[in-house]
Design a protein around this ligand. Structure first.
Ligand code: PLP
Length: 453
């Protein structure tokens, strides 16, 4: 690497001149300059200005096993030397996607034994949509092609991902979304429960918004419901316990397929391999990516249920779909090693039994009492902090979540990487965080909150 030959200012100038970033206001970037992250180790990232920052977001929800794992680099290196690339099109295959598929079938919910690879969560959701629509066409119901999603869902950034998602800002820029996708209310009790409504009742009401939509357009026209078990980018919205069982009932009653998006929740974050297992959901497709390789390589895996796979295999003939990098041998080698490490180090059990409950307690005891905090919530290693002007009335700051952005900036300046979405601060740590790391994070979050008062 030769970046050391450049000053930080030079890197920022080149970046602003030539690099279009995702989800970035470029005028703002040109004024402020980007934060250039140069290296990372364990739970910490380091920027070019020399700051050490505790990474509360695991990169972008992906670095489950932490940074600087030589074993993953070694797995990639060995695979690159032996076979850097070959595809799995046209009746070819390579060993690492074969073995990874076997491993994934072992850890996935028991009705999931087939997997389709891409490079990103967006690609996986695109594939999932194609598969479910094709499934119904093969079952003789081509009109059963509508999909129901939720407001503030995030399913990726391609036209399909953004259309499946329920982010208004993204829809406004699409110039026309993929048709036949509807969005219904999200299970977000903090803002949407009515006065006096219990969490249980609210969860049922939110689920029944899906049923209302099915009845409105007719079950014969609805292919699937898609949802993140916990809405991540939309603000770590943890549904009441009554929500998913009711969604499952509704999907079964109307023969609507259930598509889970576990791009964030997959591979340990909820204290199981998949949130489907934590929440007892039986899905027809599960989209995964991110922590599959801990972000060390781009890779997504779409699980397909035995029911859907049987129809596609038996009746489908050739599936005219695939990506050059589907089943990329290097990415799959890294995924295999990553899963081995998660298992070997008992990370999932630790999140479930020890560090997840400790994080929940720390957020409740140390953060929720703060004047600027309306609610904290967490599930495993996913957490959220609601920022309010007034705790009692839950009144927010200005529209647009300016207070949360300010707190995020204070947090980063004090060595803590957090994300702000609207008025919600989000936490998605690497699974390697210990109780001591959680204490350190809380110290820094409290400091950032105090500075923003
Ligand atoms: N689905 C969910 C739930 C996500 O959080 C994301 C990305 O954050 C995606 C899909 C899209 O994944 P990618 O950015 O890899 O395309």
């Amino acid at each position: 690497m030769t970046y050391q030959n450049y000053t930080l200012e030079q890197l920022q100038q080149i970046d602003a001149a030539h690099h279009l970033h995702p989800f970035t206001d470029h005028k703002d970037l040109r004024d402020a300059g980007s934060r250039v992250i140069t290296h990372a180790k364990g739970p910490f990232i380091y920027d070019a200005a020399g700051n050490e920052i505790l990474d509360g977001m695991a990169g972008l929800w992906c670095v489950a096993i932490g940074y600087g794992r030589d074993e993953l680099a070694d797995a990639a290196y060995a695979q690159m030397k032996e076979l850097p690339y070959y595809n799995s099109f046209f009746r070819c295959s390579t060993p690492t996607p074969i073995l990874l598929s076997q491993k994934l079938a072992e850890i996935a919910p028991s009705n999931m034994n087939q997997v389709f690879y891409g490079s990103s969560g967006s690609e996986a959701n695109d594939t999932a949509l194609r598969l479910v629509r094709w499934y119904w066409a093969l079952e003789g119901k081509p009109r059963k092609n509508r999909v129901i999603s939720r407001h503030m869902a995030y399913h990726g950034s391609t036209i399909t991902g953004a259309s499946l998602g329920g982010m208004q800002g993204m829809h406004d820029q699409l110039g026309g979304a993929v048709p036949n996708i509807a969005h219904v209310m999200m299970p977000y009790a903090y803002e949407l429960a009515q006065p006096g409504e219990s969490d249980h009742d609210f969860g049922l009401r939110a689920a029944r918004a899906v049923e209302d939509e099915i009845l409105r357009v007719g079950a014969d026209n609805v292919a699937a419901f898609i949802g993140e078990p916990i809405q991540g980018a939309g603000g770590v919205k943890i549904p009441p316990a009554s929500y998913w069982p009711e969604i499952q009932r509704i999907c079964r009653q109307y023969d609507v397929l259930l598509m889970l998006d576990e791009v964030i929740t997959g591979y340990g974050r909820t204290g199981d391999w998949f949130a489907a297992q934590s929440m007892g959901i039986e899905a027809d497709t599960i989209t995964t990516a991110k922590a599959l390789t801990s972000g060390y390589q781009p890779l997504s895996a779409l699980f397909v249920s035995d029911r859907v796979a049987a129809t596609i295999v038996e009746k489908g003939g050739e599936f005219y779909h695939g990506y050059t990098y589907s089943g990329h041998p290097v990415a799959c080698a890294v995924a295999l090693k990553n899963i081995e490490i998660i298992e070997r180090e008992g990370m999932i059990e630790r999140v479930r039994d020890e560090t997840g409950p400790y994080l929940a307690k720390a957020l409740k005891e140390r953060i929720e009492g703060h004047d600027l905090v309306g609610e904290v919530r967490s599930f495993g290693f996913l957490g959220a902090i609601e920022i309010v002007r007034d705790k009692a009335t839950r009144q927010r700051f200005q529209p647009g979540g300016s207070a949360a952005v300010l707190i995020r900036d204070h947090a980063i300046a004090n060595g803590m990487m957090l994300r702000a979405t609207g008025d919600t601060m989000i936490l998605s740590p690497p699974l390697i965080w210990t109780k001591e790391t959680i204490d350190m994070a809380c110290d820094r979050i409290v400091k950032a909150l105090d500075l923003a008062k």
